[in-house]
Design a protein around this ligand. Structure first.
Ligand SMILES: Nc1nc2c(ncn2[C@@H]2O[C@H](COP(=O)(O)OP(=O)(O)OP(=O)(O)O)[C@@H](O)[C@H]2O)c(=O)[nH]1
Ligand SMILES: [Mg+2]
Length: 225
């Protein structure tokens, strides 16, 4: 019975994700779903990204959090709009939450150029739920240890890019970047892996270039259709 319900839930999520994808396509908005463990640096990355790109693009953010709006408050001064979803204890976002927000609660968010979703901090469940995004980005901080790609492969397998965060802490952590890069290659050889730190800004330019490439890909899809 449990297996049956889980399958039904996944099936419904898949349909809702497809509806979201169509809505985003019609409105020419790029949506990026950011996943990673609690504290891996998702909000810090968004703070820097918004600061760097908000004068060039209209950027909306959907913040997924169990109970608080603390991350949303950190971002609102740079964002076109920030919307908070509190899951009340659930460990991931689902496509119907995003669909409800975009089609009913706040359709004006669809006037953004980019919508970032910060998923609930968790390396397991968010990997299982497609939200209808154009691209998924996973974060792995150097403080989390060498074994995470092997222990939580799905998060990296379903990602279009992985950011290795907090690289300023590499001298103090037992983290082997070469080993991680080789494991990532085995799990998903098409995802770009970008080491970054918000402390010095090293690597962020490459991340912004990756984002702009996604905007170009989306634009070309419209031209070709
Ligand atoms: N040294 C260093 N610290 C960082 C970096 N990025 C983030 N941090 C710190 O890591 C902690 C967690 O960062 P957040 O951005 O809040 O992490 P998060 O992934 O959004 O966390 P949750 O939303 O709770 O899942 C904060 O104290 C940040 O200042 C970095 O590049 N270098
Ligand atoms: Mg956060």
């Amino acid at each position: 019975m449990k297996i049956y319900l889980a399958r039904e839930l996944q099936e419904a999520n898949k349909n809702n994700a497809e509806d979201n994808r169509n809505l985003l396509y019609q409105n020419r908005v790029l949506m990026i779903n950011i996943i990673g463990s609690p504290g891996s640096g998702k909000t810090a990355l968004l703070e820097h990204t918004l600061k760097a790109l908000a004068n060039k693009y209209r950027i909306g953010v959907i913040e997924g959090d169990l109970y608080t709006a603390e991350d949303a408050k950190r971002l609102e001064q740079w964002a076109y709009q920030v919307l908070q979803i509190n899951t009340e204890g659930s460990c991931h976002l689902e496509a119907n939450y995003i669909g409800h927000l975009l089609s009913q609660q706040r359709p004006s968010l669809l006037s953004a150029d980019i919508i970032f979703i910060e998923n609930v901090g968790n390396l397991v469940c968010p990997a299982e739920f497609d939200l209808g995004e154009d691209a998924r980005v996973s974060l792995l901080s150097v403080t989390e240890g060498n074994d995470k790609p092997r222990k939580y492969p799905l998060a990296f397998k379903v990602s279009d890019a992985t950011l290795i965060t907090k690289t300023d802490l590499l001298p103090y952590c037992d983290f082997n970047l070469d080993l991680i890069l080789s494991d990532m290659q085995k799990i998903n050889d098409s995802a770009e892996v970008i080491p970054v730190t918000v402390k010095t800004g090293e690597g962020l330019e490459k991340w912004y270039q990756w984002l702009e490439k996604q905007l170009d890909i989306k634009k070309k899809r419209h031209v070709c259709s």
